[in-house]
Design a protein around this ligand. Sequence first.
Ligand code: LIP
Length: 269
Amino acid sequence: MSLAGDLLELAVATAREAGRMLVDKRPVDGPDVVQTKSSPTDVVTQMDRAAEQLIIERIRAVRPDDAFLGEEGGTRPGGSGVRWVVDPIDGTVNYLYDLPDWAVSIAAEAGGAVVAGAVEMPRRGESFSAVRGGGAVLHTASGARELRVNSHVPLDRALVSTGFGYSAGRRARQAQVLTGVLPGVRDIRRGGSCCVDLCSLAAGRVDAYYERGVQAWDIAAGALIVQEAGGRVEGLHGTPASPELTVAAGPGTFEALHDLLAPLDPLGD
Ligand code: LIP
């Protein structure tokens, strides 16, 4: 098997194990918040930390020389040219409230580019994955299906998902931008997890996604899944997607959403 294929297999198996652990070991009264980050509502639970530790241990047992970038601090250098980008729970607030839309996201980079990605959604019973150049797939108990984004959806009929940051100032600005987007689209969805939103786009369950301020670990696996399902994932004016701004949609819809967003100055203060 190719390196990317090997990495994918490890990503999928590890994400599945972490997802199972997060369901099985979630305390009945809800997980404890052990830390807050950018604001009092940007929380880390003991389960985020336990899942990240499990993921790093499992991968290191097989590939001890790889580097890691982990949301909960599991960042370490490596000498193999492979780096794992890990979000142990994307959608932590959903997990805290026992809402189903959260996921384990694991991406593998080789030579600086994401080549494999797995997004495990245990409460939905869904495993999304992609390998660069090999397409994107959704596995469920009833089988596997190849993913394809919706394309050329007129913007006024496009269902668009988005998200909001954790700081009050950033949210106020995001709300202003939203007043310019909402009248031009079918409707808006705010699910609470970037990688779930990206997988929903890849599966044709929404038509587009944009968000300011997501991190590398939120988008790494989901962006590959969207691209392999035929979609575009970029910033504004041909820049790559980044923590600054991520815009994602199928051909035709992407350009229309881009042109609606750009004059709204979504990166302004
Ligand atoms: C979440 C993102 C989501 C965003 C949330 C939050 P976390 O990540 O996936 O898109 O809207 O505010 O940042 O904090 O659950 O890993």
